[in-house]
Design a binder for this molecule. Structure first.
Ligand SMILES: [Zn+2]
Length: 344
């Protein structure tokens, strides 16, 4: 529980290449639509995919657990609708949404989040007419076939595939629910040490998407944990047309309110008040935990964490799993008040 770690705030590191893609989550009953950034970090090391493909055959087709096998999912891919059981689909999502190098319990927590999203989409009608979900991570969830994963994971493919399969089987048919309904199982790559309440990022406050301490491991080991972005005066003026950047650069950004770890709630940019989330979106920053310094004729933003910060942190889940937490403990930590139950 109390795994909050103190870290040197705002330490600057060279950012690594962003490999994360945003995708859209939708809430039941059309109450809330949300953007969620998640980790699409390819595990394959340079050169691995061109290594000899000897004896890396998978151990045959995946056999889903009883509960996952009983649910049929229609998955839109391009113009084609594929039909498969919930376990096979969840497996493809976990391959695409979380590094397979992660601990099995973190992968199982990811499997529950993915399954929860899927069942929620099925029950609410989802975003597609003839399908429950699609393979576009910007719309529903990432989808990675066994063949794609095998090519990316190279010589480790057999081991990683087996681990992801175990994570899906271990969590067979399990969902996070609140008052009997699948929750909005938002997740993100990493944050600055606290998750964010959904109402700060999207429209609605939800009782299980509140701010909780998030153990982010040592940020130095998280790709893109610290990043920087330089923005010229001209770019700022075009991105914030109602603002005024005619004065000294030191006066362009005033942070009015942050949470305990520095995530910006409100700030004044070029004389106009904006939410931290709004500034993050306009500038394409990796998170709303940022600050800025004058640089050349513009500002240089320094950013901590990656994603919207709501719900489960994938790197936090990995840290908890490595410290001995089960996927149940990870899920109840990040979605407090929600219940783990079997799909019915
Ligand atoms: Zn979709």
């Amino acid at each position: 529980m109390a795994q909050r770690r103190r870290r040197k705030k705002r330490t600057q590191h060279a950012g690594k290449s962003p490999l994360l893609v945003a995708f859209v989550l939708l809430a039941a009953a059309g109450a809330l639509m949300a953007l969620s950034a998640s980790g699409h970090i390819h595990f394959g090391l340079p050169g691995e995919s061109s290594a000899p493909r000897e004896k890396t055959d998978m151990s045959g087709a995946f056999v889903p657990g009883e509960r996952d096998a009983a649910v049929n999912v229609r998955v839109l891919s391009g113009d084609t609708v594929m039909e498969m059981d919930l376990g096979t689909y969840t497996l493809a999502v976990v391959r695409g949404e979380m590094p397979a190098s992660f601990h099995r319990e973190a992968l199982a927590a990811q499997a529950v989040a993915a399954r929860t999203f899927t069942v929620s989409a099925m029950r609410s009608g989802g975003r597609h007419e003839n399908a429950d979900v699609c393979t576009n991570p910007n719309c529903c969830q990432a989808y990675r076939s066994e063949a794609d994963a095998k090519s990316s994971w190279g010589l480790l493919a057999k081991t990683l595939e087996a681990k992801v399969r175990e994570a899906v089987s271990e969590s067979d048919g399990l969902l996070m629910t609140y008052e009997g309904k699948p929750i909005l199982a938002a997740y993100h790559s990493s944050n600055a040490g606290l998750t964010r309440p959904s109402g700060e990022v999207w429209i609605n406050d939800l009782p299980y998407l509140v701010s909780v301490p998030s153990p982010e491991d040592d940020g130095d080991h998280i790709p893109s944990y610290h990043s920087e972005k330089s923005v010229s005066r001209e770019e700022l003026a075009s991105l914030f047309p109602e603002s005024d950047f005619s004065g000294a650069a030191e006066t362009w950004l005033t942070i009015l309110e942050t949470d305990a770890v520095g995530t910006v709630k409100r700030a004044i940019i070029g004389g106009k008040e904006r939410s931290g989330n709004g500034i993050r979106g306009a500038l394409g920053l990796r998170s709303a935990c940022f600050w800025a310094e004058p640089e050349g004729d513009g500002l240089r933003f320094s950013v901590t964490g990656f994603g919207h910060g709501v719900g489960m942190s994938q790197y936090g889940a990995q840290h908890m799993a490595k410290a001995g937490s089960s996927f149940r403990e990870i899920l109840t930590h990040y979605y407090p008040g929600a219940t783990l139950e079997a799909v019915s």
